[in-house]
Design a protein around this ligand. Structure first.
Ligand code: ATP
Ligand code: MG
Length: 260
């Protein structure tokens, strides 16, 4: 695997497990020895708080880097977990969606600021907000690939059409290398037939992209952020921790074989 892989974790549908995946996959990649950078590109700043930082007190965030007040290297902070660094978000990032409109090369601000920083990492993960606005377009423009978390619930595919449209628009106009690196099925509930049906449906349409590893619905996973910890630290033996470790291994394998 070469360094400098940048994966946007995106789905404009809210609450599908983007941030949970960003935090826990990030921590699992770091634990597997990959130098990992997590960029929190969501004004909700849930990845920032989920890693133990007070989102109301972040002074240097991705926002300052995007609007050119600081270099990106200036806003990277180490986390408690070896190998995992964070570029935090802050609520003021919400303003960037509008402020960026007037700037030159507005879709490429993130790519340009990330230049020279991502090469220091094996993998950079970008946690996107639930929208297909300018911030997400910046993430897709900066990315080498995209990870799409899909919640195992009814009509999962319907919401995907809009995202796939945006991906092909970005590919045609801004970033030819953009490809779907993988689809992560999240919040799988073994007690319902529905979860399995959704997985089967997504597998039928995206046999190559869907990961074998499926993330179970687990209370432990939803508790961990309020302790400011990835699941690997909060409850390393839990099903959620095992699943995210497996997902990290599967992703590394996929990136190694160059099939992304
Ligand atoms: P948003 O679109 O608002 O950014 P998101 O896609 O980032 O949301 P998360 O914040 O990761 O989604 O998850 C939404 C909620 O579901 C959170 O409360 C989270 O703790 C919970 N959750 C995520 N994954 C799981 C899981 N596998 N099991 C149980 N709860 C989960
Ligand atoms: Mg989120």
């Amino acid at each position: 695997m070469t360094s400098g892989i940048v994966l946007a974790i995106a789905n404009q549908k809210g609450g599908v497990g983007k941030t949970t995946t960003a935090i826990n996959l990030g921590a699992a990649l770091a634990a597997a020895g990959k130098r990992t950078l997590l960029v929190d590109l969501d004004p909700q700043a849930n990845a920032t708080s989920g890693l133990g930082f007070d989102k109301g007190r972040v002074e240097r965030s991705v926002y300052e880097a995007l609007i050119g007040q600081r270099s990106l290297g200036d806003v990277v902070i180490p986390t408690e977990w070896t190998g995992l660094d964070l570029i935090p978000s802050a609520i003021r990032l919400a303003g960037a969606e509008i402020e960026l409109v007037g700037l030159i090369a507005r879709e490429q601000r993130l790519r340009r600021t990330l230049d020279g920083v991502v090469d220091r990492y094996d993998i950079t993960l970008i946690d996107c907000s639930p929208s297909l606005g300018l911030l997400t377009v910046n993430a897709l423009t900066a990315a080498t690939g995209i990870l799409i978390p899909i919640q195992c619930e009814y009509l999962a595919l319907e919401a995907l059409g809009q995202l796939l449209n945006t991906i092909s628009l970005v590919r045609d106009n801004l970033n030819q290398r953009l490809d779907i690196t993988g689809i992560v099925m999240t919040m799988f509930d073994a007690r319902t037939n529905l979860s399995q049906q959704v997985v089967d449906e997504v597998r039928k349409h995206f046999p190559r992209q869907i990961f074998e590893t499926i993330i179970p619905r687990s209370v432990r996973l939803s508790e961990a952020p309020s302790y400011g910890k990835p699941i690997l630290a909060y409850d390393p033996a839990s099903r959620g921790a095992i699943a995210y470790r497996r997902l990290a291994d599967e992703l590394i394998e996929r990136l190694d074989s160059g099939s992304s």
